[in-house]
Structures are given as structure tokens and as C-alpha cells.
Write a protein that binds this ligand. Structure first.
Ligand SMILES: Cc1cc2nc3c(=O)[nH]c(=O)nc-3n(C[C@H](O)[C@H](O)[C@H](O)COP(=O)(O)OP(=O)(O)OC[C@H]3O[C@@H](n4cnc5c(N)ncnc54)[C@H](O)[C@@H]3O)c2cc1C
Length: 552
């Protein structure tokens, strides 16, 4: 969508083809954060940052040996791409403010100013086409279909704490009730839904045609140059000639079993947070055309989150990603089958899962269990259980949560070694008292503390587990984005196996190999590069002669 929008803004004739009947893909279900170091929205808000600092950070966590030219292009262009969209379209962002990088103790890391989020969007502006915007996952909405951002959650929970919070909460609820008279869900869109709706609205205003339920099926041409695409819609094939280029942006290989087998560790293959229409078409077509895949030097073929398996009222099941709300809070530990901790629970979701994989080599750690008191669940929430939930009985009945009056009984119910769990809890309770986690350093980094409880001391991430009943929640690995993809140059041109650009073929989003090489640097490191390389691809296509003159 971003590539199509920029291409249209550059005066090209654009056709957007979407396999499903809704726009947005996984982006619509995401938090919608973009990592754009040096973005001017944050600078204007008083946060200082620079591309050089971010470059040093990326070098320190990824290594300076590979992919520096891609990272440099991203850092150089990021702020311009955001300003370009803000000036010419409805795709506008605001600074997140404090939002630490995920390896916040490394050189060049920033604590604030690098992440931006889309401005909330009023879905009513789209009229009936509002229904074309893919909704968030059920687990991210309240009252069944009302979106809330992180700020809203804080104000809703503290609705009686101040007049301003009360007014904000009452306004949200009143708006939602009025929406429900006319729409299938709340129309105040935030996070990834706001991003997608803003892109969609801007595309509509530019009259960019979108072919729904139309899949890219093949490319016309080969490694010497791509001059068009074969689209499939309702049993009919249609060949479209491209004057300037074809941009592959089909969301990566998430639901392609054979590519999952090739690019992911076995333990991570069972669950995915991606929308089911992402079947790996872009990567498969690129490969067929002679493109190089860039996994070899990558540390991980995907970006991970621990997820719990939810049981929805209609009998289906869902996945709740444990991103930021619970793991860092005081009074929660994660253990494996031996009842032992294996990770700093407050580290990033990706690093948490990488630690699961590492621990599993010696002790079964998939699933792992989040352990806490029932009081913790009521206070902070746990996965799909919202903070403030009084009775946990329904979650216990559905099997989502396991509770027990003693640690030994809890261990028995989840088949975890009881002596191990008892010993681990005793030790972590001691850490809670001293404020120092001697084993994994929970609460030592800015990232940890940012997601902890600032009102809790001496360490905002460490609390005792001593008052029954005790609870356990199983978490599994699932990817939230693919990292392995098509190798490209700085303009998102797909490279052949010899490293030469294939004329006319571009890739962005998860179809493009991540410039982060499997390292999760900070909030928004998939959507940030997705948007920036879409911008670079479209501008490159617009600035270059027609393909007929480029392909000899
Ligand atoms: C819960 C959650 C939170 C997240 N939060 C963030 C965040 O805050 N910041 C961040 O950077 N990342 C986040 N991510 C990851 C991010 O959502 C993805 O990396 C991103 O959406 C990938 O963008 P994309 O355009 O490649 O794919 P998508 O957004 O999935 O879009 C791909 C589109 O292509 C369509 N398609 C698929 N196959 C075809 C075909 N053959 N023909 C035509 N169309 C096709 C799909 O239907 C879909 O609409 C999050 C992910 C999850 C699950």
C-alpha cells in the first residue's frame, strides 16, 4: 500500500492487487509502531537522536560485517519518507516519546524518540468502505470490537483516578456505542489499523484502483527483467504489463509450510500471528525468477513473540502475543519443564523466544510457563486476561489459565518439576526483596523498567510470589514477522543469485529480507523499513526510464 501510494504520488499509473477481500494484512492487526531514527516528529517534540547514533547501535547488535549499505539507506531516508507522506497524503504520524530500544544497554541505543505511531483515524471517513479495513485480532479489542491503544488502557484503568481520565474513558465508550448502531465495530482506529486506514484513505483519494480477491500468480519475464505480472481473480487469469516495475509485497512466507520448514527452527513452525492470506507468493515468485534469498547469514528466519492460546466464545481459538503488558511486571517468572527460569522475562518478546529455543536444547522449554499469583493477574492482567478482571474462573474452566492453592499442586497440574519450581520461586522471592536478579538481571535495563511497574520497589520488575492461589499460563513461540526474504539493494530492487538487480522487480515488507538480519533492535523495526523501502522502490521506479528501455 505504501509503495502504491508513493508511486501514485510520483505520477505513475498504479494497480494494487490484494489477495483477500480486505486491505491491511498483518499490518492492520499490528501495534503500528515504526522505528525511524532521527524522525523529525520526535525532534520537534524535543527528543534528540541521529542516524549516526542509530547506525552505531545497529552495528553493535547486528555486526558491521553485513548489510551496512542497506541500513545506511534506511537511516538516511527514514525521516524524509515520513515527511513526504505527511506532506502529500493522510499518512501522518506522531512521536511515541519514551519507548526504549530493545537492547537498551548497547552503545547507540535510544531510550526515547525513535518510535512513531500513526495518528488515530476516524474510520467513518471511509463510509461503507470502512468494512474493507481488516480488523485487529479479537484479543486486542475490548467490548468485543472497540480498539484501545496503550495510552487508552492506562486511562481506562485509572478512569476514577482523575477527571481527565474519566472524561477520556467516557468519550471513548460513548463513541463506541454510537458506532455500533451503524458499523460492525468501533470506528476510532489506532495502531496498525490507523496506519492501514490512513494508507487506504490516501489511495482512494488518489483514485488508485485496488483489485480485491486478486492474487499475483506469476511474473512475466525472468532474471533478465520483469515486465509484468499474471493476476488471478475468481478463476480468471489476467496478464498486466508493467511499464515501470512490479513491487512484491505479499507479506512474507508465514503460511507456506515448505518455506517455514526451510527458514524456521522446527520449534517455531507450529504457530503464526500473520494473516492467513500470506502464503509466500512473493518469495516463491522471486525465487522462480532467479532471485537470491537472504537467510544464510541471518540469525533468525523470523521475528518472534511468546503467545498463549486463547479460547474464544465461538469455540475457535486465537493467539495472544505477550508483547509488553505482563512479562516485565513484578511478581512473574517464566519457567521450563524443570521449573527453572531460562530468561530475563522483561527482555523483548523476540529475545524471550530465542531464549526458549536455546534452553530447549537441554531442558524442554516449549511451552514455557508464566508463573504468578492470582493477585498479579487481577492487578496487571495476564495475556488475554485484562487487568482488573475479578473472577478468573472462566479462564480456568476454558483451560487458558491453571491455578492451584500450592506451588506443588500447580507444578503437578502443568507437569513441571515441583522441587525445581519451589526452589526457583524461593530464589526469585529473595531477588524481589533485594531488588537484584542475580541470575538474569531482570529490571536492569531501561527496556525492562519501561514495561515494569514504576510504583513498585526496590526493582520495578521484581516482586514476590508467595500468596495463594498461584497461576500458570503456557506460552509458545509464534512469529509476528518473517525475517528471511528476497535479497534486495538499497532501492528494494530484487537481486539475482549473482547479486545483480533484476530490472523491474522490487520487494518490500516481509517479502524483502529484513535489514535487521534477525535481530530485534527496537519497536517498529519491521514496519519502519517496510515503509521506507516501499518509498525508495516507488521513487526509483518513477525516476527511471520505462522498462522497455532498461531491458535489453
Ligand atoms: C500483534 C502484532 C503486532 C505487531 N506490531 C508491530 C509494530 O508495532 N511494528 C512493526 O514494525 N511490526 C509489527 N508487527 C509486524 C508487522 O505487522 C509485519 O511485519 C508487517 O505487517 C509486514 O508487512 P507486509 O506489508 O509485509 O505484510 P502484511 O501487512 O501482512 O500485508 C501483506 C498483504 O499481501 C496480501 N497478499 C498475500 N499474498 C498475496 C498475493 N499472492 N497476491 C496479492 N496479495 C497478497 C495479504 O492479503 C496482505 O494484505 C506486528 C505483528 C503482530 C502480529
Amino acid at each position: 500500500m505504501a509503495a502504491a501510494l508513493v508511486a501514485a504520488l510520483e505520477g505513475l499509473e498504479v494497480l494494487l492487487c490484494e489477495a483477500s477481500d480486505q486491505v491491511g494484512g498483518t499490518a492492520a492487526t499490528s501495534a503500528g509502531t515504526l522505528w525511524i531514527p532521527g524522525n523529525r516528529q520526535s525532534l520537534a517534540a524535543g527528543f534528540t537522536d541521529s542516524a549516526e547514533q542509530a547506525e552505531a547501535y545497529l552495528d553493535s547488535i547486528i555486526g558491521a560485517e553485513t548489510g551496512r549499505h542497506l541500513r545506511a539507506a534506511f537511516l538516511r531516508t527514514g525521516p524524509d519518507a515520513i515527511d513526504y507522506l505527511a506532506a502529500r497524503s493522510d499518512v501522518v504520524f506522531r512521536p511515541c516519546g519514551r519507548h526504549p530500544d530493545y537492547r537498551s544497554n548497547q552503545p547507540g541505543a535510544a531510550i526515547a524518540g525513535r518510535a512513531i505511531i500513526p495518528e488515530p483515524f476516524d474510520g467513518r471517513v471511509l463510509g461503507r468502505d470502512f468494512e474493507r479495513v481488516r480488523p485487529p485480532i479479537d484479543e486486542f479489542m475490548i467490548f468485543g470490537s472497540m480498539m484501545v491503544g496503550k495510552d487508552d488502557i492506562v486511562r481506562l484503568l485509572g478512569r476514577f483516578a482523575s477527571f481527565a481520565n474519566f472524561v477520556h474513558s467516557a468519550t471513548l465508550v460513548a463513541r463506541f456505542l454510537s458506532d455500533r448502531l451503524r458499523y460492525s465495530r468501533g470506528t476510532r482506529l489506532v495502531m496498525g489499523n490507523a496506519l492501514v486506514a490512513r494508507l487506504y484513505h490516501s489511495l482512494r483519494r488518489r483514485n488508485v484502483p485496488i483489485l480485491f480477491e486478486t492474487s499475483i500468480e506469476d511474473l512475466v519475464g525472468g532474471a533478465e527483467g520483469v515486465t509484468g505480472a499474471v493476476l488471478r481473480s475468481g478463476g480468471t487469469s489476467l496478464t498486466v504489463r508493467a511499464r515501470k516495475g512490479v513491487v512484491l509485497a505479499t507479506g512474507g512466507y508465514a503460511h507456506n509450510a515448505s518455506l517455514r520448514g526451510a527458514f524456521m527452527p522446527e520449534l517455531g513452525r507450529a504457530r503464526s500471528m500473520a494473516v492467513t492470506s500470506n502464503g509466500g507468493a512473493g518469495i516463491a515468485l522471486g525465487r522462480k525468477t532467479g532471485a537470491r534469498i537472504a537467510p544464510a547469514e541471518h540469525r533468525s528466519g523470523a521475528f518472534w513473540s511468546p503467545v498463549s492460546v486463547t479460547h474464544r466464545p465461538d469455540g475457535s481459538s486465537g493467539l495472544f502475543p505477550h508483547l509488553v503488558l505482563d512479562r516485565a511486571k513484578p511478581g512473574l517468572i517464566a519457567v521450563n519443564a524443570a521449573g527453572r527460569r531460562f530468561v530475563n522475562e522483561a527482555d523483548s518478546y523476540h529475545d524471550f523466544v530465542e531464549a526458549m529455543f536455546a534452553a530447549h536444547k537441554t531442558v524442554p522449554s516449549v511451552p514455557a510457563y508464566l508463573i504468578c499469583e492470582a493477585g498479579f493477574v487481577r492487578r496487571y492482567g495476564l495475556g488475554a486476561i485484562h487487568p482488573g478482571t475479578r473472577s478468573l474462573a472462566a479462564f480456568e474452566r476454558s483451560g487458558y489459565l491453571v491455578c492451584a492453592p500450592t506451588i506443588d499442586e500447580l507444578a503437578r497440574r502443568i507437569s513441571v518439576d515441583a522441587a525445581g519450581l519451589r526452589g526457583t520461586i524461593r530464589r526469585s522471592n529473595e531477588f524481589a526483596r533485594t531488588g537484584v536478579d542475580l541470575d538474569f538481571g531482570k529490571g536492569e535495563t531501561e527496556l525492562n523498567r519501561f514495561n515494569g511497574d514504576p510504583s513498585h520497589g526496590p526493582n520495578p520488575c521484581l516482586g514476590p510470589i508467595e500468596a495463594p492461589p498461584f497461576c500458570a499460563l503456557a506460552v509458545w513461540p509464534a512469529e509476528i514477522a518473517c525475517s528471511t526474504g528476497l535479497a534486495t539493494d538499497e532501492d528494494a530492487r530484487v537481486l539475482d543469485r549473482g547479486g545483480r538487480p533484476i530490472p523491474g522487480l522490487y520487494a518490500c515488507g516481509n517479502d524483502m529480507a529484513s535489514i535487521m538480519e534477525g535481530v530485534y533492535a527496537g519497536p517498529g523495526i519491521t514496519l519502519g523499513p517496510a515503509l521506507v523501502f516501499a518509498y525508495r522502490a516507488a521513487r526509483h521506479a518513477a525516476a527511471n526510464p520505462a522498462l522497455t528501455q532498461r531491458i535489453s
